[in-house]
Design a protein around this ligand. Structure first.
Ligand code: CS2
Length: 476
């Protein structure tokens, strides 16, 4: 810290005085750009909210951060970049390497928060939102609860030990883009406890553990060589894993934080009565458009979000998608002005200081599409609204999967083997290809594929996107 160049913002508290009060699972770039940034802000007010960061599988975060004492730089990109050192992470563990240290933290009375960013698939849920008891990782964790590998497995075993030690519960916050993330995380923990023969623990969890819902937002492109070089220059030191995001950052949490509420609010977290309204707006207006932009943009030969947004036809389509298709399904709540929200997100997508790769957003489509596009489609159908524009992103995803397979490029998706098999059956005929994808019940469920307006819209978009003039798909 003493060797840092001027102009870099540093922690405004004495790190030596801080103590771990938070266990975070999944300290990827998003956590380090978002929740760790907020906890860093809180530490001056409450030094007992430092983080113990736990990676569930890979040792890369520990290997990078431990030698630098958990410190790393965060570059906030806008016309002028702001660079700060985040001091909130005091300990980094890789769960399979140090399981006892993870449990020691979970039964530490000073720990009162567990947070998680493990991506949609990390919650191991079935399409209906229940814990997927057929997943091999869940089956294994249920059979050997003391050596977990999944998030829910760690949490429930940690809670069992907490209870056995005579301690109270804690607050667990799932910070991923799932709709109803708090409720789903809560349900999965209770279901895990029951399925492992611990009904009394499930009951205890229900009474003792809070699972507030949350909406998290900060566009966080993966770290790259440009960032590494820039950070080294600004810091005057090398940072093994610098992080970057846009300047904008938002965290809304259900107003159920009890004693912690004031500290969170003082750090800029919004405590909301109706967090679902914020969550819904963000998942649809931002994430639903993001996924559409990713698959359509890649089809048109673009690499990044801001590059795709510089295409007036594509940007116009995305704006209509937001305003005409996503906005009507949102719930009104104080603090959410939908029209201003749309304008703000369009401006964020256009931010030229951010190079957010479309390929990064295209990952895990099978997990993202149901929440971001298929749910809005089901609701639009039920309300008698058109689904032409909403279907374009879904059709573009199908073609993306087919192109990856044809080019022998990898598909980053938990359903990759199934998706590859479906893509190999596709020959370019819209009706047949769309039908082949719609058979994947884990994504589309049993009902939606039967709806003729949806199928027709998908086939039309698929035909246009697959032809020589893919831009025709942007006409609606
Ligand atoms: C993106 C999100 O990669 C994706 O799927 O849509 O990571 C998005 O950038 C964040 O949710 C923004 O908060």
């Amino acid at each position: 810290m003493a060797k840092l160049r001027g102009g870099v913002i540093r922690p405004d508290y004495d790190r030596a005085d801080t103590r771990v009060g938070v266990v975070h699972f999944g300290p990827g770039a998003f956590h380090r750009a978002h929740q760790a940034f907020y906890f860093d802000r809180m530490l001056a007010r409450d030094p007992t909210l430092a983080i113990c960061a736990v990676s569930l599988h890979s040792d890369t975060v520990r290997a990078a951060l431990e030698p630098q004492d958990g410190l790393y730089s965060l570059t906030e990109r806008e016309a002028e970049n702001v660079v700060r050192v985040i001091g909130a992470i005091r300990q980094v563990l890789t769960a399979p390497r140090s399981p006892q240290a993870v449990f020691a933290r979970l039964v530490d009375p000073a720990v009162r928060l567990v947070t998680a960013t493990v991506t949609e698939k990390g919650y191991c849920l079935s399409p209906g939102g229940d814990l997927d008891l057929d997943l091999p990782a869940i089956r294994q964790d249920l059979g050997r609860t003391t050596e977990p590998q999944t998030l829910v497995g760690w949490l429930v075993e940690g809670l069992r030990r907490r209870r056995a030690a005579g301690l109270g519960g804690l607050t667990a916050i799932a910070c991923d883009n799932l709709s109803g993330n708090g409720e789903r995380f809560a349900r999965s923990a209770r279901q895990f406890a029951r399925a492992s023969g611990q009904a009394d623990l499930a009951h205890w969890i229900e009474g003792e553990v809070r699972f507030p819902g949350t909406m998290v937002d900060a566009i966080t492109p993966a770290s790259d060589d440009i960032l590494r070089a820039e950070a080294a220059e600004r810091l005057g030191l090398s940072d093994a894993w610098p992080i970057q995001r846009e300047r904008f950052v938002q965290w809304v949490i259900a107003d159920e934080l009890g004693a912690e509420a004031e500290t969170f609010a003082a750090a800029g977290v919004t405590l909301a009565g109706d967090v679902a309204a914020f969550e819904r707006a963000k998942l649809r207006v931002l994430n639903g458009s993001h996924s559409t932009l990713a698959y359509v943009g890649l089809r048109l030969g673009y690499q990044s979000v801001c590059e795709a947004m510089a295409d007036p036809e594509l940007a116009g389509f995305i704006e209509r998608l937001m305003r005409l298709d996503m906005a009507p399904g949102l719930t009104l709540t104080p603090g959410l002005d939908v029209s201003a929200y749309v304008a703000e997100i369009l401006a964020r997508f256009r931010n030229p200081a951010i190079v957010h790769k479309l390929a990064q957003i295209a990952w895990d489509g099978s997990q993202k599409l149901p929440i971001r596009l298929l749910q809005p489609i089901s609701e639009a159908l039920a309300a008698g609204r058109p689904v032409e524009r909403l279907a374009v992103g879904v059709a573009a995803w199908m073609q993306f999967v087919c192109r990856q397979v044809a080019n022998e490029a990898p598909i980053t998706d938990p359903l990759a083997p199934l998706l590859s098999a479906v893509a190999r059956r596709c020959g370019g005929d819209p009706a047949r290809d769309v039908a082949a994808f719609l058979e994947i019940e884990a994504i589309f469920g049993p009902e939606l594929p039967r709806r003729a307006p949806f199928r027709n819209a998908l086939e039309a978009a698929y035909r246009r996107l697959g032809g020589g003039q893919p831009r025709l798909a942007l006409k609606p």
